[in-house]
Ligand binder design. Structure first.
Ligand code: UGA
Length: 438
C-alpha cells in the first residue's frame, strides 16, 4: 500500500521505516530539514536500536522516501499523523498545535477514499474534532484513530510485531468498514500472525492509549510509594516487589522501585489526562494521577537528599559521578529524565558533577552545557567523592566494584535504580545505598 507518515520523531521515523520494511511504499514527512536529510541518507537522527538497519534496508528497496513537503503525501491512500503532543507551556494540558497543523496541512493533498490515521497521543475528543475537519474539507477522506504502544529502545520490534492493535473507527457503519479494510491492509502481516485486534470508536481508542500509560505510571509510583514506607520501617522494597509480583495478577513488570519514570510519554500523558478529565467535569476520577506524579517527582528529590546525606550534609565542592542521563537505557532521550534532573539539581547545589551515559551525552549537553560530561564511566569515576547511578545501562550494571573502587576518591554509591548487586559492592568495600532498601 502507499502510505504517508507525517512527523518523523521517535514514533513516526520508526513507523515509516517499519511499514516500508513490511512491504508498503512509504513517504515520511517532517518540517525539520536536518531530520529529513539524515533519514533520507539512512541515518537515524536519534538513538533507537535496530532503526539504522531498517532505514538502510527499506531505503535500498526504493520503498522508503523522506520529504519536507506535505505535497509529497498526495498519492498515498493512508496518512499517519505521528507528530508530538508535548505538555503545553504553563499548563498540564497537551499542546495540540502540531497535530492540528499536520491535519490542516494534509487536507489539501487528500483524495477521495484516503484515510487519515491518528497515532499521536491526544486528549479524548480530539479524533472526533479532527474527523469533522476532514469531513468539512469535502475531500471524501475519512479519519481513524490507531494509538501506538511502542516503547523507546524496543520501538522497531514493537512496531513490526505489536502486542495488540486498536482501531478507533468512524461512527457511520459504511465508513467504519472502509477505514477498517484499509487498516487491515496496512497491518496485514501482524494480523496474519494473530496479533489481537480491538475495533472500537474514537473515544475508546484515544482513552486506551492514555489509560495504558496512566496504569503503567501508577504501577511504578505504587512501588515507589512502598519504597517510601520501606525507608522508614527498615523493609526492603525489592524483596517486597519480588514477593507481590509472584502473584500473577500483579506481576513483576513495571514494579522496579527507583528514581522514577520520565521520558516524553508517561509524565506528560498523566498530566494531560488529568487536565482533560477536569475539562470534562470528571477531575476527581483521575485525581490520583496527581499523587502518582507527586510520588514520582519525590523520588528524584530522595536521590538528591541521599547524596547530601552521604556527603555529610552538603554536596558543595564535592565531586559526584552521575552514571546515566537518558530517561531509561537503550535510549538517548532526555525528555523529563529523572537522571538528568538529579545531575542538574546536584550541580545547582554546588557539586562538581561529572555525568556519563553511553548515548545521551549529545542530547543532554545541548540542554545543559553547564554540566561536565565524561565519555566513559572510568573518566566519570576518577577521584569521585560519591557515585550516583540513575539510568540502568548494562555498562553500569555490570561494572566491577573492585575496578571502580580503584578509580574513585571515596567508595560510596547511591543505586538510584536498585540494579546493582548490593552484597558484591559492599564486599568490595563500598558504602552502598539503594532506594527503599536498608
Ligand atoms: C511508554 C509506554 O511504556 C509505551 O507503551 C508507550 O507506547 C509509550 O510510553 C508512549 O506513550 O509512546 P516509554 O516512554 O518508551 O514507553 O518508556 P517506558 O519503558 O514505559 O519507561 C518509562 C519510565 O519508567 C522510564 O523512565 C523507566 O526508567 C521507568 N520505569 C519503568 C521505572 O522506574 N520502573 C519500572 O519498573 C519500569
Amino acid at each position: 500500500m502507499k502510505l504517508s507518515v507525517i512527523g518523523c520523531g521517535y514514533l513516526g521515523a520508526v513507523h515509516a521505516a517499519a511499514m516500508a520494511e513490511l512491504g508498503h511504499e512509504v513517504v515520511g514527512i517532517d518540517i525539520d530539514p536536518a531530520k529529513i536529510e539524515a533519514l533520507a541518507a539512512g541515518r537515524a537522527p536519534f538513538f533507537e536500536p535496530g532503526l539504522p538497519e531498517i532505514l538502510v534496508s527499506a531505503s535500498a528497496t526504493g520503498r522508503l522516501r523522506f520529504s519536507t513537503s506535505m505535497a509529497d503525501a498526495a498519492g498515498a491512500e493512508v496518512h499517519f499523523i505521528a507528530v508530538g503532543t508535548p505538555q503545553k507551556k504553563g499548563s498540564h494540558a497537551a499542546d495540540l498545535t502540531y497535530v492540528n497543523a499536520a491535519v490542516a496541512g494534509l487536507i489539501p493533498h487528500l483524495a477521495e477514499g484516503d484515510l487519515v490515521v491518528g497515532k499521536s497521543t491526544v486528549p479524548v475528543g480530539t479524533a472526533a474534532e479532527l474527523a469533522a475537519k476532514v469531513a468539512a474539507s469535502g475531500t471524501g477522506a475519512l479519519l481513524a484513530w490507531n494509538p501506538e504502544f511502542l516503547r523507546e529502545g524496543f520501538a522497531v520490534s514493537d512496531t513490526i510485531t505489536p502486542d495488540r492493535l486498536v482501531y478507533g473507527l468512524p461512527p457511520e457503519a459504511a465508513q467504519a468498514e472502509r477505514a477498517k479494510t484499509l487498516l487491515d491492509g496496512v497491518y496485514a502481516t501482524a494480523l496474519a500472525a494473530g496479533t489481537p485486534l480491538v475495533v472500537t470508536d474514537y473515544a475508546t481508542a484515544e482513552l486506551v492509549k492514555v489509560s495504558a500509560n496512566a496504569f503503567l505510571a501508577t504501577k511504578i509510583s505504587f512501588i515507589n510509594a512502598m519504597a517510601e514506607i520501606a525507608e522508614v520501617t527498615g523493609a526492603d522494597v525489592t524483596q517486597l516487589a519480588t514477593a507481590i509480583g509472584l502473584d500473577d495478577r500483579i506481576g513483576w513488570k513495571f514494579l522496579k522501585a527507583g528514581v522514577g519514570f520520565g521520558g516524553g510519554c508517561l509524565p506528560k500523558d498523566i498530566r494531560a489526562f488529568t487536565a482533560r478529565a477536569e475539562e470534562l467535569g470528571r477531575g476527581e476520577s483521575v485525581a490520583f494521577l496527581k499523587e502518582v506524579d507527586a510520588i514520582n517527582l519525590r523520588r528524584r528529590q530522595r536521590v538528591v537528599d541521599l547524596a547530601v546525606e552521604a556527603l555529610g550534609g552538603s554536596v558543595y565542592d564535592k565531586k559526584i559521578a552521575v552514571l546515566g542521563l537518558a530517561f531509561k537505557p537503550h535510549s538517548d532521550d532526555i525528555r523529563d529524565s529523572p537522571a538528568l534532573d538529579v545531575a542538574v539539581q546536584l550541580h545547582g547545589l554546588g557539586a562538581i558533577v561529572t555525568a556519563t551515559d553511553p548515548q545521551a551525552i549529545p542530547t543532554a549537553s545541548r540542554v545543559h552545557p553547564q554540566l561536565a560530561y565524561a565519555a566513559d564511566p572510568a573518566a566519570a569515576l576518577m577521584g569521585a567523592d560519591l557515585v550516583v547511578l540513575v539510568t540502568e545501562w548494562d555498562e553500569f550494571r555490570h561494572m566491577d566494584p573492585v575496578w571502580a573502587k580503584a578509580l574513585v576518591g571515596t567508595a560510596s554509591i547511591i543505586d538510584g535504580r536498585n540494579t546493582l548487586d548490593a552484597a558484591a559492592w559492599r564486599a568490595a568495600g563500598w558504602t552502598y545505598k539503594g532506594l527503599g532498601r536498608p
